[in-house]
Design a protein around this ligand. Structure first.
Ligand SMILES: O=C(O)CCC(=O)C(=O)O
Ligand SMILES: [Fe+2]
Length: 320
């Protein structure tokens, strides 16, 4: 089965097109951990032009010192980073993408004198639209898996962190492999939505083990299930394995909108998805503790499936 492409334009809860979208989203995310969403209305040129044509170039054009002011001790989740290992790439981001105050705070670090109101408006608008779209996809998926409406509402109420992150990848250093970001990985998010601009790169490993390139079509984004969603769905949904490879060997820009559960809350399987036929797969986990362990040499980096090694009920795990 291919990774589905689902058009959510004008699709409202339980209105026209909802049932078909639910079936397509559920089948694709259960099989591959991902689905491509068409959302021309929300991600139209009136948003994408100021985002990729103005806000993102302005962010990357800042002096390194300014960009570094957003760096954070919290690892890659917040702030500025560049990757070593021969990859020419840099990324800037912050938590609170759908919240005007958090966006202003981020811009205030970069432009201490007066912020950047236009950029803030663009990012806030993008954040709010993506938050709604990602919630819609999760609702479709959880409904499709048989979760009751009130449990879906309670789940969405706990997913408060939304990350905004922009990436600039230079031309791939190795023109044969064309790898822009390695290695293949799953995100520890609840879900990650990726919007690509003009240049290809995102590849998703499908349930059959083959790699599928997600084309950078305007008005679309890729919804990728993260490890938190794997826990919440009691393993019914795999975390989506993905990588970035740019065979055209061009510079590439992308924007990521990632969600995760609030700090201080247990990420646990939804009751509706645990029964005799589907025994519990993962013990509850705390994001703050898991994310520290996951990227440590003595911890998660040793394992092929760090999530399972950390909180799997069945601890039979392979080393990386
Ligand atoms: O740039 C992209 O398309 C993907 C980035 C990514 O996978 C990540 O930052 O986790
Ligand atoms: Fe990723």
């Amino acid at each position: 089965m291919e990774i589905a492409k689902v058009d959510l334009n004008g699709v409202e809860p339980h209105g026209a097109g909802w049932d078909a979208a639910r079936a397509a989203v559920t089948a694709s995310v259960e099989a591959h951990g991902g689905v491509v969403v068409v959302a021309h209305d929300a991600l139209g040129p009136d948003l994408l032009r100021p985002l990729f044509g103005r806000a993102i170039p302005e962010l990357f054009a800042l002096p390194l010192d300014a960009k570094k002011r957003t760096a954070s001790a919290e690892g890659n989740y917040k702030g500025y980073f560049t990757k070593s290992g021969g990859m020419d790439m840099e990324s800037l981001g912050f938590v609170g993408a759908a919240n005007a105050d958090s966006v202003r705070e981020f811009a205030g670090l970069l432009w201490p004198e007066g912020g950047n109101p236009e950029l803030c408006e663009t990012i806030t608008s993008f954040g709010k639209k993506m938050a709604k779209l990602v919630e819609t996809v999760e609702t479709l998926l959880l409904e499709g898996l048989g979760v009751r409406g009130e449990s879906i509402g309670a789940h969405l109420g706990m997913v408060g962190h939304s990350t905004f992150r922009v990436f600039r990848y230079g031309a791939p250093p190795d023109r044969e492999s064309s790898v822009s970001m390695g290695p293949p990985h799953c995100d520890y998010s609840m879900a990650t939505a990726i919007v690509q601009h003009e240049v290809e790169g995102l590849e998703v490993r499908a349930g059959d083990g083959r790699w599928h390139a997600v084309p950078p079509e305007p008005g679309t984004f890729a919804f990728l299930a993260g490890e938190q969603l794997r826990v919440v769905t009691n393993g019914r949904v795999p975390a989506c394995l993905h990588r970035v490879r740019t065979p055209s060997n061009r510079e590439r820009f992308s924007v990521l909108f990632g969600t995760r559960q609030n700090d201080g809350t247990d990420v646990r399987a939804l009751d509706d998805l645990v029964d005799a036929e589907h025994p519990l797969q993962f013990n509850p986990l705390r994001h703050e503790e898991y994310s520290k362990w996951r990227y440590s040499e003595k911890g998660g980096l040793k394992f092929e499936d760090p999530l399972k090694a950390y909180c799997g009920v069945d601890k039979d795990v392979a080393m990386a």
